[in-house]
Design a protein around this ligand. Structure first.
Ligand code: NAP
Length: 264
C-alpha cells in the first residue's frame, strides 16, 4: 500500500502520464502532477476528474527547459515519474523542438531529484526508440535486451530526430544517475495504443486513426522508421500495460528500501 506517499509525474497531461496518474491515485498515492499550463482547461480537465483527484492530486506549472523549475515540486516526493518529452515526428528545428527538451529537460528533472533526499527512485519513460535503432541484425533468433542502445549516428543519418532525442536523453540519464548515485529505472515501450483519457490525440493514437481514415502522412513516416529497422513489423503495447508497469516500479523501490533497512 502507498500510505498516501507523495510522488511526482512530469508531463501529466500527456497520454501515458495521464494513465500513470490514474493508477497512482487508485493505489492511494498523493500525486504532484506537472503541466506546462495548469490553466489550460482542455489539458487538465480529465486529470481533475480522476477518482481521488480532489483529495490527492496537485497540479504544478513546470517547463522542461526552465532550470530549477522542478526543485520545489519534487522536494518531499518518494518517487518521480519523468514522462514529459515531446513525441513529434514532423519538426522544423529538431534540436530546439525535440533534442533540447528531451535531453536538457531530463537532466533538469534529474538534477532536482538529486537535490531532494526524499526521492528514492526515478522512473524514466524512455522508448524502444532508444534501443532498437542501430545496424545490428534483427533476425528472429536475435534477443533485444537491456544491453542494446540505438546508435545516434544511425538516427542522424536517417534523420530520425525523435528517435535521436530519446536515445540521447536515455544515455544522458544513465550517465547522470551513475555519477550521482540515483536509483533510476527506464521503461522502454514500443508504440503505445489504447483508450485516451486526455482530450487531444497524441502521436501514437493519431497513427492508428490515420490508418483508419486514410490520411497516411504521419503513418508513412512511422512506417519508414519502423520498416527500415524492424523488418516490416510494427510493435504496439497498450497504455494500460505501460502505465501499470511504471506505477508498479515504485513498489520495487519500496521493497528494496525495506531490504536496505531505510524505508521511510
Ligand atoms: N505514445 C507512444 O507510443 C510512446 C512510446 C514510447 C515512449 N513514449 C514516451 O512517453 C512519453 C509520453 O508520450 P505520450 O505519447 O504520452 O505523449 P504526449 O501525450 O504528447 O505527452 C507528452 C507530454 O510531454 C509534455 N512536454 C513536451 N514538451 C515539454 C516541455 N518543454 N516542458 C514540459 N512538458 C513538455 C507535454 O506537455 P503539453 O501537454 O504541455 O504539450 C505532454 O504532457 C514521452 O517521453 C514519449 O517519448 C511514448
Amino acid at each position: 500500500m502507498s500510505d498516501g506517499k507523495l510522488v511526482c509525474v512530469t508531463g501529466a497531461s500527456g497520454y501515458i502520464a495521464s494513465w500513470i496518474v490514474k493508477f497512482l491515485l487508485q493505489r492511494g498515492y498523493t500525486v504532484r502532477a506537472t503541466v506546462r499550463n495548469p490553466n489550460d482547461h482542455k489539458k487538465v480537465e480529465h486529470l481533475l476528474k480522476l477518482e481521488g483527484a480532489s483529495e490527492r492530486l496537485q497540479l504544478f506549472k513546470a517547463d522542461l527547459l526552465a532550470e530549477n523549475s522542478f526543485d520545489s515540486i519534487v522536494e518531499g516526493c518518494h518517487a518521480v515519474f519523468h514522462t514529459a518529452s515531446p513525441f513529434l515526428l514532423n519538426v522544423k528545428d529538431p534540436q530546439a523542438d525535440l533534442i533540447d527538451p528531451a535531453v536538457n529537460g531530463t537532466l533538469n528533472v534529474l538534477k532536482s531529484c538529486v537535490k531532494s533526499p526524499s526521492v528514492k527512485r526515478v522512473v524514466l519513460t524512455s522508448s524502444v526508440a532508444a534501443v532498437a535503432y542501430n545496424e545490428r541484425p534483427k533476425s528472429p533468433e536475435v534477443v533485444v535486451d537491456e544491453t542494446w542502445f540505438s546508435n545516434p549516428d544511425y538516427c542522424r543519418e536517417l534523420e530520425l530526430w525523435y528517435l535521436l532525442s530519446k536515445t540521447l536523453a536515455e544515455d544522458a540519464a544513465w550517465k547522470f544517475a551513475k555519477e550521482n548515485n540515483l536509483d533510476l529505472v527506464s521503461v522502454n515501450p514500443a508504440m503505445v495504443v489504447g483508450p485516451l483519457l486526455q482530450a487531444e490525440l497524441n502521436t501514437s493514437a493519431a497513427a492508428i486513426l490515420n490508418l483508419i481514415n486514410g490520411s497516411f502522412s504521419l503513418s508513412i513516416k512511422l512506417l519508414l522508421c519502423c520498416n527500415e529497422i524492424l523488418s516490416f513489423v510494427w510493435i504496439w503495447v497498450t497504455s494500460h500495460d505501460v502505465s501499470q508497469t511504471e506505477s508498479n516500479s515504485i513498489a520495487f523501490s519500496i521493497s528494496s528500501d525495506i531490504e536496505k533497512g531505510n524505508k521511510k
